[in-house]
Design a protein around this ligand. Structure first.
Ligand SMILES: [Zn+2]
Length: 145
């Protein structure tokens, strides 16, 4: 990893530790890169500036993890689904979204695409990382007996 990229990664984690989710905005074309990259993925410019992002977004695709893709190190954050989220500021990312389980997944599915989610900073193994949560977790109505 180059020195410049290392510095970007460090700044990103320092910001997370301070409770801020930051991205890099291209000063030439306006594209926002998150997680932050050295250069702009859209136009190739390296004229990038730090911005804080809201963390709000919309889930545009979701799949429940199969036993095969279930990652043991993610045991403590279950239930979650694997999702494609479009962040308010523009980036479209593959993330984990908490709050979706086998019982309520159909209720969530009915509102797809565009289910509102937000980013949450969680500590993991000595550093902070970003995970997404449903803005509203649908309650499954209890079956009448
Ligand atoms: Zn650009």
């Amino acid at each position: 990893m180059g020195v410049k990229l290392e510095r970007i990664v460090k700044t990103y984690y320092d910001n997370l530790a301070a409770g801020k989710i930051t991205a890099r905005k291209c000063q030439d074309c306006g594209a926002v890169e998150w997680p932050p990259l050295l250069g702009c993925n859209t136009c190739g410019s390296t004229n990038m500036e730090w911005i804080e992002i809201s963390g709000h977004g919309k889930m545009i695709q979701m799949v429940m993890p199969s036993p095969i893709t279930q990652r043991p190190e993610m045991e403590d954050i279950r239930p979650y689904c694997l999702a494609v989220v479009e962040i308010e500021e523009g980036p479209v990312v593959n993330v984990m979204v908490r709050g979706v389980n086998r019982k309520n997944k159909n209720l969530v599915m009915e509102k797809m695409p565009g289910v509102p989610v937000h980013a949450t900073i969680i500590p993991r193994d000595g550093y902070d990382t970003v995970i997404f949560d449903l803005d509203e977790v649908p309650e499954v109505p209890k079956k009448a007996k």
